[in-house]
Design a protein around this ligand. Structure first.
Ligand SMILES: Nc1ncnc2c1ncn2[C@@H]1O[C@H](COP(=O)(O)OP(=O)(O)O)[C@@H](O)[C@H]1O
Ligand SMILES: [Mg+2]
Length: 406
C-alpha cells in the first residue's frame, strides 16, 4: 500500500429498512439496541447501525460477516444503490449521498467497477462485447473500447476467448469476464460483492490468487465482500468484521487472528484453518497428465516446461509419475518408452483430505496426485505449494495461540 490516502469513508452510517426509516427504529438503533429487538419493537429492519470504516487507496479492504450482517447494504451505500438513513459516505472526497441523476451515473461509471456473485453477462454476446458493454454505454468509440476490453481480458487471462459466447464458458471463466468488465473502464475502485462465493473451492482459490496478482499490476482500491473468513484473511490487506449490522472489528488479518476484539470474532477465528481445515481440493490444480500410451516423443515434449507429469491410464486412474530426469535417463536406451521411465511410487491424496496430513508426502519433493474415491486423477499438488500454504497458516496460528492462550 503505497499511499496512505483515504479513498472511501463511511461515517456513522445507519440504514433502516421499512416505511418510516427515521422513526422509532432509528432512535432505538442509535441507542445501540440490537437489530432483533428493533425489529420486534418497530417492525423495521436494521441494515447498518453506526457503521464507520475507511478504505485506503490501493488496498484490498474486505468486509466479512455471516449472511444478513449488512455487507451488501454497506457496499451499496458506496455507489448509492441505497440511500442511507443517517451518516455520511465519502468517495474520493465526494459526498455520495448528494449525487443524483446524470451526475451519479457519471460518478459510478468513472470511479467504480462492480463485480457480483451472479455474473449478469449477456449469454449470447461474445466475451469482448460483454466486457466492452459499459464503454459502449459511455459512447466510447468501437476501436477504443475493443482495445480496452482486450487489455482487460489479457489481465484476467482470457485473451484467447475474446470471440467466444459467454454461455460457452465455465463459471470461473464467466466470473473472470465479470472482472474484466469491471476493469475495462479502468476505474479507481472495484466493488466486489461475494464475487467468488458461487465458485467451487478449487476455482475459488485460483480466482483469489489471480485477483491478488492482478492487483499487484493495476493497484486499484478493492472493496471486497465475503462471508468466508478464510477468503477474507487470505486476500485482505485489512478486514472489517460485521455482525447484525454493526462493525465488530477492523484490522489486518494478523490482528484479527491474534487479537480478536470480541468473543464472537475469537469463535470465528477458532474455526479458521490453522492448517487443519485447508482441504486438498482447495489447493490442488488441474492435473495436466500424460497418457500412459503416449509416444515417448510426446512425453519428452510434455516435460519441456514442467519438471514432472503425472501419468493416467485408459480409465483416467493415476498410473504413476514421470520426471524430466527419468526421461533423460532412459532416452539413451534402445527404444525408450514411457513405461520404462515412469515411477509408480507417487504420493496420493484425496480431495477431502486436509493439508496437514500431507506434510510427509510434500517433504518428498514430488507432486502429489489427487485422486477421487474411485482412483481417478482429479488434480495435482506441488509440494512447495503445500508447504507454503501450511507455513503461512502456521505462522498465523502460532501467533494466535501465543496471544490467546497465554
Ligand atoms: N431491500 C431491503 N428491504 C428490507 N430489508 C433488507 C433489504 N435489503 C437488506 N435487508 C435486510 O438488511 C439486513 C442486511 O442485509 P444484507 O446487507 O443483504 O446482508 P449480507 O449482504 O451481509 O448478507 C438483513 O437483515 C436483510 O434482510
Ligand atoms: Mg450480501
Amino acid at each position: 500500500m503505497p499511499e496512505n490516502e483515504e479513498i472511501i469513508r463511511l461515517n456513522e452510517v445507519y440504514k433502516i429498512f421499512g416505511p418510516q426509516p427515521r422513526g422509532r427504529a432509528f432512535d432505538l438503533a442509535k441507542d445501540g439496541v440490537h437489530k432483533d429487538e428493533v425489529q420486534r419493537q418497530s417492525g423495521h429492519v436494521v441494515g447498518l447501525s453506526n457503521v464507520s470504516f475507511s478504505v485506503q487507496k490501493g488496498e484490498i479492504f474486505v468486509v466479512m460477516g455471516l449472511s444478513g450482517s449488512g455487507k451488501s447494504t454497506a457496499i451499496r451505500t458506496v455507489n448509492k444503490l441505497h440511500d442511507v438513513t443517517s451518516g455520511e459516505v465519502l468517495v474520493d472526497g465526494v459526498d455520495v449521498q448528494r449525487l443524483e441523476g446524470k451526475e451519479l451515473q457519471a460518478f459510478r461509471r468513472e470511479k467504480m467497477g462492480m463485480v457480483f456473485q451472479h455474473f449478469a453477462l449477456f449469454p449470447h454476446r461474445n466475451v469482448t462485447d460483454n466486457v466492452a458493454y459499459g464503454l459502449k454505454v459511455q459512447k466510447v468509440d468501437r476501436t477504443e473500447r475493443e482495445a480496452a476490453a482486450m487489455k482487460a481480458l489479457q489481465l484476467v487471462g482470457l485473451g484467447a476467448y475474446a470471440d467466444n459466447a459467454t454461455s460457452e464458458l465455465s463459471g470461473g471463466m464467466q466470473q473472470r469476464v465479470g472482472l474484466a468488465r469491471a476493469l475495462a473502464s479502468d476505474p479507481d475502485i472495484l466493488l466486489m460483492d461475494e464475487a467468488f462465493s458461487a465458485l467451487d473451492p478449487l476455482i475459488r482459490r485460483q480466482m483469489q490468487d489471480e485477483l491478488m496478482a492482478i492487483q499487484d499490476e493495476v493497484h486499484k482500491t478493492i472493496l471486497f465482500i465475503t462471508h468466508d473468513l478464510n477468503e477474507a484473511l487470505r486476500i485482505g490487506d485489512r478486514v472489517c468484521i460485521m455482525k447484525d449490522g454493526v462493525v465488530v472489528q477492523i484490522g489486518t488479518p494478523e490482528e484479527i487472528l491474534t487479537q480478536p476484539a470480541t468473543g464472537y470474532v475469537a469463535e470465528f477465528v477458532q474455526d479458521v484453518d490453522q492448517g487443519r481445515v485447508i482441504k486438498v481440493e482447495e489447493v490442488m490444480v488441474p492435473p495436466d497428465p500424460v497418457h500412459i500410451d503416449a509416444e515417448f516423443g510426446e512425453v519428452v515434449k510434455a516435460l519441456v516446461d514442467v519438471g514432472e507429469r503425472l501419468v493416467v491410464d485408459a480409465s483416467g486412474k493415476c498410473a504413476g509419475l514421470v520426471t524430466r530426469s527419468d526421461v533423460e535417463r532412459v532416452a539413451t536406451q534402445g527404444v525408450p518408452t514411457l513405461a520404462s521411465a515412469m515411477r509408480t511410487d507417487v504420493p496420493i491424496a484425496i480431495p477431502s483430505q486436509t493439508l496437514n496430513e500431507l506434510y510427509a508426502d510434500a517433504g518428498k519433493g514430488l507432486p502429489i496426485a489427487c485422486c477421487d474415491e474411485s482412483g481417478r486423477l482429479v488434480g495435482r499438488m506441488d509440494p512447495t505449494a503445500v508447504l507454503e500454504e501450511l507455513g503461512r497458516v502456521e505462522a498465523l496460528a502460532d501467533a494466535f495461540e501465543r496471544e490467546v492462550y497465554m
